[in-house]
Design a protein around this ligand. Structure first.
Ligand SMILES: NC(=O)c1ccc[n+]([C@@H]2O[C@H](COP(=O)([O-])OP(=O)(O)OC[C@H]3O[C@@H](n4cnc5c(N)ncnc54)[C@H](O)[C@@H]3O)[C@@H](O)[C@H]2O)c1
Length: 254
């Protein structure tokens, strides 16, 4: 029986934990070959083992997505080993401690931007020529409702995810005619180990976020988000390009 992602090669960054891990497992179950990327070696090993245990085809890479040479290696090795890249999920990300403008130090700003925004830019820039050469491809960016609203995270995270959503729409507009679809998920709270991004989160930031938090009802489980992702990377969403799919249990309707 054919599966949704048969013969597809999918790179997933931050696939050693949480949402990326569940995406990797689900996409593999749907027939894709997975390139699992994470900066923490044990996490890569855990996801790779889980996929192998179900007889999936998988390749693990321990890389730091803030390093340009690591990103180059990711794209070059993926093409060398699997011949093509069909799906790129820019998913690795970190939180920002809910820091306000006054509390956000420059190093912290750079760190959050480098992982949440610059890495998707560089990875997509390097993968795109291979996708176009192959007749097309699908890019999925893990954004957040903090990329649509002002009070759901600190400054750096909010700006990085607004940027990622702009990036998504721009790539969709410029490359849609060349067979590239680029979409984003704007997620509410998801039950992962991402936490607040700091052992000393901003009390001001948390208070502002908590003003609306009750209306979310409950956080998502990562496997629920993986199903949104599967829709966006499969032919089930063939007419969806440049979209931001809000997946937040209605948190932002209030
Ligand atoms: N959990 C939530 O509530 C939530 C909400 C909205 C959006 N998101 C987004 O979802 C994405 C995944 O987050 P998650 O909740 O699954 O968190 P997570 O911490 O469980 O997983 C993120 C993974 O990314 C990896 N990573 C971090 N920096 C990296 C780097 N420089 N290079 C390579 N890998 C790196 C981590 O090691 C980790 O395994 C992030 O982009 C996050 O912003 C999460």
């Amino acid at each position: 029986m054919s599966k949704l992602l048969d013969h597809k090669v999918a790179i997933i960054t931050g696939a050693g934990s949480g949402i990326g891990e569940e995406m990797a497992k689900l996409f593999s179950a749907e027939g894709a070959t997975i390139v699992v990327v994470d900066v923490v070696a044990e996490r890569v090993e855990k996801t790779v083992s889980a996929i192998r245990a179900k007889h999936g085809t998988v390749y693990g890479m321990v890389l730091d997505m803030t390093q340009k040479d690591d990103i180059r290696k990711l794209v070059e090795d993926s093409v060398k080993i699997f011949d093509h890249i069909d799906i790129l999920c820019n998913n690795a990300g970190i939180m920002d401690g809910f820091y306000s403008l006054e509390e956000t130090e420059e190093e912290w700003w750079d760190k959050v931007m480098n992982i949440n925004l610059k890495a998707p830019y560089l990875t997509t820039k390097m993968a795109l020529p291979h996708m176009m050469h192959n007749g097309g491809g699908i890019i999925l960016n893990t954004a957040s409702i903090a990329g649509l609203h002002g009070g759901r995270a600190g400054l750096a995270y909010t700006v990085s995810k607004h940027g990622l959503i702009g990036f998504t729409k721009h790539v969709a507009a410029y490359y849609g005619e060349k067979g590239i679809r680029c979409n984003a998920m704007a997620l509410g709270a998801v039950n992962t180990q991402i936490g607040y991004g700091s052992s000393k989160p901003s009390q001001v930031g948390l208070k502002i976020m908590e003003k609306t938090a009750l209306s979310m009802g409950r956080p998502a489980e990562p496997h629920e988000i993986a199903r949104t992702a599967l829709f966006l990377v499969s032919k089930e969403s063939s007419y969806v390009n440049g979209a931001v799919l809000v997946t937040d249990n209605g948190w932002t309707v209030y």
